[in-house]
Design a protein around this ligand. Structure first.
Ligand code: PLP
Length: 397
């Protein structure tokens, strides 16, 4: 099917919930995607912070192929070797003691919210059920995660959403403290708000939030779905802040492109779940976990978060130089290879122009260009991006 035909048929048979660019990629290698015609696009989106090892990584491919030929799915009624191995890797490399696997980010956050409520219910009773989320947050599109996603646009028309959630301004410790009541069971925070415009939490805020949680027996849930697994220059973003959460959610990069999510928790909190308390048919199945083990082991063995930190610093410096030179660029923010370029103007037309130059970039929060490339990106590839962006900004002057 050629692209025109694909779009024509797709318009007829697919629901219209995505705004898609008139582009389709047929293959990928390293940090580059290729159309069927062989046109190359250097990728700074990585499937929205998913493909951390880039495309066609031999270890991930081999693990998926070998596992697919053995067994793709068995139920969680039975033990699954790679599920155990992947959980062990996460436990050995994070604050967590126990892991639950699911299939997506939203599902991981649903799990985290349910775990927090069950923990509080068992420890304090049903009145302790409220979850405090942040303004500007994005935690997913299911009913539960939508209720903690601060977006009138995403929420509109879906009410009534699950209750017992409230929002406070991000990075406002005083407001957070005031919002806590005897009903508060958890506080849910992204260490860097991705969809909210690549905005990092301040050290004071996250440390203060953790202290409030510890003082009052509240659980801190960190949504590391976008920031986790090496993206920000640490294995997990909480390491930048010198604190540990009680619960952390992961997805995106965990499976090297294969869908998988995880809820990671301390022993004490995880003990709230007993057989039958939560579950999912596909979560942690052999194929997803084989992909996860291959991907996470590679990231850990190659210490890719160190490369992410180095390349992130290089990209940040280049973006800062553009901010100095061009008036439409206001600021650069983010950590490691999760960076945002804050513009004076809407970013969508710039994304279009980047496509025309063979560059895949993304815009979030209307005016923030987001860069979340594979963690294996090189200086030369970053230079190609910076040159392309400079040409676009120059043309816009
Ligand atoms: N949480 C954060 C911080 C995210 O960035 C996303 C996705 O962009 C999600 C949750 C939802 O993940 P998924 O799209 O896999 O459901």
């Amino acid at each position: 099917m050629d692209l025109d035909k694909m779009i024509q048929v797709g318009e007829q048979v697919l629901m219209k919930n995505y705004g898609r660019a008139p582009l389709s990629f047929d293959s990928g290698q390293g940090c580059t995607l290729y159309t069927k015609k062989g046109e190359a696009y250097l990728d700074f989106v990585a499937g929205i912070a998913v493909n951390s090892l880039g495309y066609n990584h031999p270890r991930v491919i081999k693990a998926i192929q070998e596992q697919a030929a053995k067994v793709i799915h068995v139920s969680n009624l039975f033990w699954i070797e790679d599920q155990v191995k992947l959980a062990q890797l996460l436990v050995e490399n994070s604050f967590g003691d126990k892991v639950f696997f699911c299939n997506s980010g939203a599902e991981a956050n649903e799990g985290a919210m349910k775990l927090a409520r069950k923990y509080a219910y068992k420890k304090y009773g049903a009145e302790r059920h409220e979850i405090i989320a942040m303004k500007g947050s994005f935690h997913g599109r299911t009913m539960g995660t939508l209720a903690v996603t601060d977006s009138a646009k995403y929420q509109e028309g879906y009410g009534p959403l699950p209750g017992g959630m409230k929002f406070v301004p991000y990075n406002d410790l005083e407001a957070l403290e005031k919002a806590i009541t005897p009903a508060t069971c958890a506080i849910m925070i992204e260490p860097i708000q991705g969809e909210g415009g690549v905005t990092p939490a301040t050290k004071e805020f996250l440390q203060g939030a953790k202290a409030l949680c510890d003082e009052q027996g509240i659980l801190l849930i960190l949504d590391e779905i976008q920031t986790g697994v090496g993206r920000t220059g640490k294995r997990f973003a909480y390491e930048h802040y010198g604190i540990e959460p009680h619960i952390m959610t992961l997805a995106k990069a965990l499976g090297g492109g294969f869908p998988i999510g995880a809820v990671v928790a301390t022993e004490d909190v995880a003990a709230a779940w007993q057989p039958g308390d939560h579950g999912t048919t596909f979560g942690g199945n052999p194929l997803a976990c084989a992909a996860g083990v291959a991907s996470l082991e590679t990231i850990l063995q190659e210490k890719l978060w160190e490369h992410s930190e180095k390349m992130g610093a290089y990209l940040k410096e280049g973006l800062r130089a553009l901010a100095v030179k061009y008036e439409i660029v206001k600021a650069v923010r983010g950590l490691g290879l999760m960076l945002g370029l804050v513009l004076e103007v809407p970013g969508a037309p710039i994304v279009e122009k980047a496509y025309q130059k063979g560059l895949v970039i993304n815009c979030t929060a209307q005016k923030v260009l987001r860069f979340v490339p594979p963690l294996i990106i090189s200086e030369e590839e970053i230079d190609t991006l910076l040159t392309g962006l400079e040409e676009i900004f120059k043309d816009m002057e």
